[in-house]
Design a protein around this ligand. Structure first.
Ligand code: PDD
Length: 288
């Protein structure tokens, strides 16, 4: 089992504790990242750390560690698991202070927590899933990877009650993203995904899929699409660091591509798997 890293110290999971006055606990005042490791190699590590820097910058928390230290922490966590196949979770909150007050004091030190869980990286394209359309009830800064995920959790529970794999969210008639993923559609051989504005998290997987598509000469449009355009799509899939490319076969009761994985979805999923080894970060031993 993985250990837990808290502020420079390593703990067994049952011993890992933080203050009840931590602002992450009291206000969800913090940000996080999820980095997938394949046999000890992080996929697109620098992109994840760039996004962490950006999220921290947006909420005004300073990054307590240089990048090589982050890599060393994540690497140690990943390598503590079988085959070093790991989903590494890192979280930075503004820190703990007493008494509770909305406006943080300036002297407060961030709280860093990191841990890893074992996962089995996909070896084949998963079977298509059913997703459920729902109104996006979240805040208007979904570009920040904030630990404040109550809206996402409510939507995920609602989708689960309906037997769906994920919600597919819409705001003012436009598709945004899922509770924990981005969405793509294909229409007339063009790949569409909503633009990386403040209404979605700019997924690292999303970005890499766009690069892979361009390299494969698939036309790409980062354009908002409507519920109707979604329903009329030839193909649909979702993406995230842990799902890679997950085909969508049904939106509610409506089949997409007869409920089957579409050809461009399949092509991109295969490109994803075959290119994974080229964008992983090498193991750095000297910092351990
Ligand atoms: N979630 N949008 C949301 C709201 C997400 O939570 C995620 C990822 C994504 C996809 O981002 P990426 O491709 O960088 O994983 C999009 C992670 C996996 C999580 O919260 O566990």
């Amino acid at each position: 089992m993985s250990h837990v890293f808290i502020n420079g110290q390593w703990y067994r999971p049952e011993e890992a504790v933080i203050s009840v006055f931590d602002r992450g606990f009291l206000f969800a005042d913090g940000v996080y990242e999820v980095v997938p490791f394949y046999a000890g190699h992080a996929l697109l590590f620098n992109d994840h750390l760039d996004r962490l820097d950006r999220s921290l910058g947006e909420v005004g928390i300073s990054n307590p560690y240089p990048r090589d230290q982050w890599l060393s922490i994540c690497q140690t966590l990943a390598e503590s698991l079988t085959d070093a196949n790991a989903v590494v979770y890192i979280q930075v909150t503004r820190g703990a202070e007493f008494p509770r007050q909305h406006l943080p004091s300036t002297e407060i030190e961030p709280t860093v927590m990191a841990t890893a869980s074992h996962w089995a990286p996909p070896t084949a394209t998963s079977e298509p899933v059913r997703v459920e359309l729902m109104e996006d009830i979240r805040w208007l800064r979904c570009d920040i990877k904030s630990v404040s995920l109550l809206g996402n959790i409510m939507l995920k529970r609602e989708a689960d009650k309906l037997g769906a794999f994920e919600p597919i969210l819409h705001r003012a008639g436009r598709i945004t993203e899922g509770a924990s993923c981005n969405y793509f559609i294909v229409k007339n051989n063009v790949l569409y995904t909503p633009p990386a504005d403040q209404l979605i998290l700019a997924g690292i997987t999303r970005d890499w899929i766009l690069t892979l598509a361009e390299e494969a000469a698939i036309e790409v449009q980062e354009d908002a699409f409507s519920i109707q355009e979604l329903m009329d799509a030839d193909e649909c899939f979702l993406s995230s660091s842990t799902r890679e490319i997950q085909p969508v076969g049904f939106i509610g009761d409506q089949p997409i591509n007869n409920g089957k994985t579409g050809p461009i979805t399949q092509q991109l999923a295969e490109l994803f798997r075959s290119n994974r080894p080229h964008v992983t970060h090498q193991i750095v031993k000297e910092h351990r």
